[in-house]
Design a protein around this ligand. Structure first.
Ligand code: HEM
Length: 697
């Protein structure tokens, strides 16, 4: 498979550009420092924390069991605190799905899923699957009409004794163990999520766990707001004597119920599974090509370990060294972990690290050649240093898009009618800029008009830490910072930001805050904050989060099922007659058999399938064959059929064949079914006939 570079994946870049426009729009209101979309991963973790805390509260008051669960949930909701906890729990669960899907989408669109990142990608999908499963169980525990739908769906799907457990007699006692198991899984699979998260971040150095404080405050407020505006409610209690009809379901978790009822299980789950597997396999189906892995020139390596310290992906190891170099240690690359960001190159004083796509020295030669070329012209150029995201997504009014990084381009930008010579230097990430490469440019007489770093927001680097390390690498280089070196950060593709700066530049009116010196100082002084200093970014961030959490709320829509106006439910657990007896008893054993017990009954063996034929008002509306369970077909046969009928009186006749040759009538009677009701006909082994059974709500 041909691996394409970030630039060559044009379709992806279009999609990423769209996403980036949204982020740029939010940045206009919140600033890059307070954009919630830059923290989706840690926001998801925060929501998990909220779920844990509110979940513990709910577990304390919840009691499992078909006869108690619904009532205890109602009890919890009766107190203001309980209702608040329940509602926050519900909305945090919904917001979690929205946030995780956005996080996954962002990773997809910014090409962060192949090569070394496959571990995070694959475990991410596992986490999403787990979240969904836990959420479905949460809805089941409430034991309302949604839980009823889930149960009927599960009973039909799994069949067997599960159907009898829930749809047959003694519901509360038979299903209690099930409740306990589901409650246990709902609570303890949450722990698996945290373990899965450890795998998720396995390949990251300094993974971020905690969302910024302001974001936690905003997210909490958004959840509280929704919880107060629209407290979570239960539907009516599960009642298997009623048909599940038009009920509101949370489409994020329970959407599979209406969809599979409309399209059929095979189609729905087939498509869902295929899409899931394709998504999981994307790192191998659509792998990209990075500029890495980097290579280390051993004789230049001093073993200073700075590259290993700064690598955001743990791709560099420092090992002891005993060669004639005189240095005690050596940096060694783990090629399968390297994502080719070049941060290590920006840090290496000895220029001892090269990207696979271009040796650092060759790249520096190109840079100098480009400057020499422009310097022959009338004006000194502006040097723009940026990353591949900005170049590919259209931040600059440039005519040429490179095919790979690092890249040096010579251009002329026309700003306000003035043509400006520009040398654009595109790295995979701005963190690859080694400050020492700038020094000669500013040496008197300076060969450039100025240099501008255009970086992604610090919290939104595609290589996690590029702008951060560039700040660190520059902060003590006073002379350099006094030179005309500028820095702006913004969402890739936000051309307006750059054009404004260029306009100020040609007029000589650049905002002092864009001086790299001022910029870096501001960054270094920034203290963790509970909320932005001004109200506007805070409120804008809050609005974004209300929207995100609100998406989960909107997801709760009525779901029309393919439910009929009334149902006859046929429920049977019954062994067919023995077809072949397995083995023989010794003469002595056979002689000792108690009266009435036959050899066949003791030994067992393969059984006949059970056939049912259901006639309603003289018309055969169902015929089915139910195979015996068990590997050797020696077990019980199970039947669960929901037969739609019109409300009113009906004559129902059921015939059964369980010996492979004779039909016998096992039910023949008049049943009255009201609209929206279910009449369950349950096979009674003692009476050898079906009886009308009324489930207790
Ligand atoms: C419970 C659900 C999830 C949580 C809590 C979560 C959280 C996180 C966090 C905190 C990071 C590290 C951010 C950093 O330090 O730079 C991360 C990285 C990542 N996540 Fe997730 N994530 C979840 C689900 C997903 C899903 C569903 C996907 C995609 C299918 C995904 C894909 C990734 C990738 C590819 C990275 C690595 C980014 C990189 O290497 O630059 N995550 N996630």
């Amino acid at each position: 498979m041909r691996r394409t570079t970030y630039f060559q994946r044009r379709g992806w870049r279009q999609a990423e550009r769209f996403w980036s426009y949204v982020e740029a729009g939010i940045n206009r209101l919140t600033s890059t420092r307070f954009n919630p979309l830059y923290h989706l991963g840690t926001l998801a973790l925060f929501l998990l924390g909220v779920l844990l805390v509110t979940g513990i509260y709910l577990t304390i008051f919840y009691r499992p069991g078909a006869d108690r669960a619904y009532e205890t949930v109602a009890g919890i909701s009766a107190s203001p605190l309980g209702l608040l906890m329940r509602s926050v729990h519900r909305y945090a669960a919904n917001a979690l799905v929205v946030v995780v899907v956005l996080h996954a989408l962002k990773m997809l669109l910014s090409d962060r899923f192949w090569e070394s990142r496959w571990v995070a990608w694959v475990t991410g999908w596992a986490l999403l699957g787990l979240i969904w499963f836990i959420g479905v169980m949460g809805y089941w525990l409430v034991w309302d009409r949604r839980a009823q739908w889930l149960t009927e769906y599960g009973a039909k799907l799994v069949g067997g004794s599960v159907a009898l457990t829930f749809l047959g007699p003694d519901l509360a006692s038979r299903s209690f163990a099930f409740f306990v198991i589901v409650l246990f899984l709902h609570v303890f699979l949450g722990i698996l999520i945290f373990l899965g998260f450890l795998l998720h971040i396995l390949r990251l150095t300094r993974p971020r766990w905690l969302a910024p404080r302001w974001l936690m405050v905003e997210a909490s407020l958004a959840l509280l707001l929704l919880a107060l505006l629209q407290p979570a409610t239960s539907l009516e209690k599960a009642d298997f004597s009623r048909v599940v009809d038009n009920i509101p379901v949370d489409w994020l978790y329970l959407g599979f119920l209406p969809l599979s009822s409309r399209w059929g299980n095979t189609l729905f789950w087939g498509v869902a599974l295929a899409l899931f597997l394709i998504a999981v396999a994307l790192p191998w189906l659509l792998p990209g090509r990075s500029a890495g892995p980097v290579q280390i020139t051993e004789h230049l390596c001093t073993g200073c370990a700075l590259c290993a310290l700064k690598c955001p992906y743990e791709a560099i190891e420092i090992v002891p060294r005993s060669d004639e170099s005189g240095f005690k240690s050596l940096a060694v690359i783990r090629p399968n972990l390297c994502v080719g960001c070049g941060l290590c190159i920006g840090t290496c004083a000895a220029i001892g690290i090269d990207l696979q796509t271009m040796p650092t020295s060759a790249f520096l030669d190109r840079w100098h050649d480009a400057l020499a070329q422009v310097n022959g012209e009338d004006q000194r150029p502006l040097v723009i240093i940026t990353c591949q995201r900005h170049t590919a997504l259209g931040t600059f009014p440039t005519s040429t898009i490179p095919q790979e990084t690092p890249h040096v381009g010579v251009e002329r930008f026309t700003v306000d009618g003035i043509s400006l010579p520009v040398v654009t230097v595109t790295f995979p990430c701005v963190g690859m800029l080694n400050p020492e490469w700038l020094r000669p440019l500013f040496r008197e007489p300076a060969s450039i008009e100025g240099a501008l770093v255009v970086s992604c927001p610090t919290d939104d680097c595609a290589f996690r830490e590029g702008p951060y390390w560039l700040v660190q690498n520059l902060k003590y280089r006073r002379k350099l910072l006094e030179a005309p070196l500028y820095w702006i950060e913004g969402a890739p593709g936000d051309r307006g930001l750059v054009v404004k700066w260029l306009r100020d530049f040609v007029r000589g009116e650049m905002a002092p805050t864009t001086r790299a010196q001022a910029w870096i100082q501001a960054r270094l002084q920034e203290v963790p904050t509970w909320w932005p200093r001004q109200l506007r970014p805070f409120l804008a961030g809050l609005a974004v989060l209300v929207l995100v959490t609100g998406l989960g709320w909107i997801a709760e829509r009525p779901a029309t099922t393919a439910s009929p106006p009334a149902l006859v439910r046929v429920l049977m657990v019954h062994p067919g007659k023995l077809k072949t007896v397995q083995g023989t008893l010794s003469g002595e054993m056979a002689a000792k058999l108690p009266p009435g017990l036959t050899e066949a009954q003791v030994l067992g063996g393969e059984r006949y399938p059970v056939q049912l034929r259901v006639e309603i008002d003289g018309q055969v509306i169902w015929e089915g064959t139910y195979a015996p369970s068990g590997l050797r077909r020696e077990g019980l046969a199970y039947a669960l059929e929901n037969l739609p009928v019109t409300p009113g009186n009906h004559r129902v006749r059921i015939q059964m064949m369980d010996d492979g040759e004779t039909w016998r009538t096992v039910f023949n009677g008049e049943v009255t079914i009201a609209a929206g009701r279910v009449v369950t006909l349950l096979y009674d082994e003692e009476q050898e006939a079906f009886v009308v059974f009324s489930p207790q709500p």
